[in-house]
Write a protein that binds this ligand. Sequence first.
Ligand code: GLN
Length: 339
Amino acid sequence: MEVDSRDVEQRAYTGLLPEWSEVESLVEAAHRRYEADASGVVADYIPVLAQANPDWFAVSVVETNGEAHCAGDADVEFSIQSISKAFVYALVCEAYGHDVVADRIGVNNTGLPFNSVIAIELNDGHPMNPMVNAGAIATTALIPGLTPDEQWEHIASGLSAFAGRPLQVDETVYRSEAETNHRNRAIARLLESYGRIALDPLEVVDVYTRQCSLRVTAKDLAVMGATLADGGVNPVTGERVVSAGVCRDTLAILAANGAYERSGEWLFEIGLPGKSGVAGGLITVAPGKAGIGTFSPPLDVAGNSVRGQRATAYLSRVLGLNIFASHAHTLAARGRGQA
Ligand code: GLN
C-alpha cells in the first residue's frame, strides 16, 4: 500500500479523541497534505465513472458525539459502490444473526480481486467474503422482502438511516453499470449453479447494482461510519439502526476484507476497519470514537482511493486511532523509573 509515513509522530492511543479544534485542524491538515498528490487511476470499467474529476478530494470526520469536521469537496456526491456492501451486510446480520450469516456467506478474505470468478470455483461455490462481489451479491439476496422492490426498499431505507438523510439512486451511474455488468451477472449465475442463490440471480444483481448507485458525500460516509463506531446508533439523528453486536461483526469483517486483496497492508498501515468503493469513496471506523469518510477518484491497482488511504493513514496516526496501539511502552518506562 502506498501510504505516506513522512515524519509523523504516532499519537499514543488514548481511548479519546483530542479536543474539537485539534481534530478540526488535523482534518484540514490531512486534506492540505495530499491535495496535490495525483497518483492513481480513475476507474473506467463502469463507463460513466471515467468522467469523474481526478482532482476531487474530500476528508470528513464525524465524532460519536455527532460533531462533524470537513475539508475539501465534502458536498460533492458520488456513487457509494462497494461501500454499500458493508451496510447491506449489517442489515442482513441484523435480520439473521451472527451464525447464519457467517455460515451462508463466510468471513474470510479470498486474497483475490473484488470481481474474481476463480475465487468462487476454488471454494466450491461458497462466496467466502461479503466484501467482494460474489459474497455481496449473495448477501443482497438475503435481504428481507418478498419481491425485489421490497428488498430494495429495505436497503434504501436502511442505508439512509445510517446516513441520517434519504439517499437517492444516481440513475446515470445505475444505467451505465446495468448495461455493462456482464461479469456480475456471470458471478450470480455461477452462485446459482452452486445452489447459493435461491432467488432470480439477475433480479438480485439488479438490486445490488442499485445499492452501488446510491449517491453519498464524504460527510455522509463519515456519519455512516460514526453509526458503526457508535454501537449502531446514528450520532446525528439519535436513531438506532442496528444492534451493537451487528456493528462488532461488521467491523471485524471490514478489518479483514475492506481493502480487497490489500486488506493486510491496510490494517498494518492504518489499524482500523475500513471499506473502499470504486468511485473513490473510502470509509473508516474508529470504534467508540468516530467515522472517517474520504473521497478522491484516482485508485490503486486493487481499486482503493490513493488520496483517501493516505489521508486516512495520516489521521489514524495523528489522532491516535490505531486499534492495535496500547500504553505498554509508557507503563514499562514508568516501571523502570520506579525500580
Ligand atoms: N458496483 C461495482 C461492481 O460491482 C462495485 C465495485 C467496487 O466498488 N469495487 O463492480
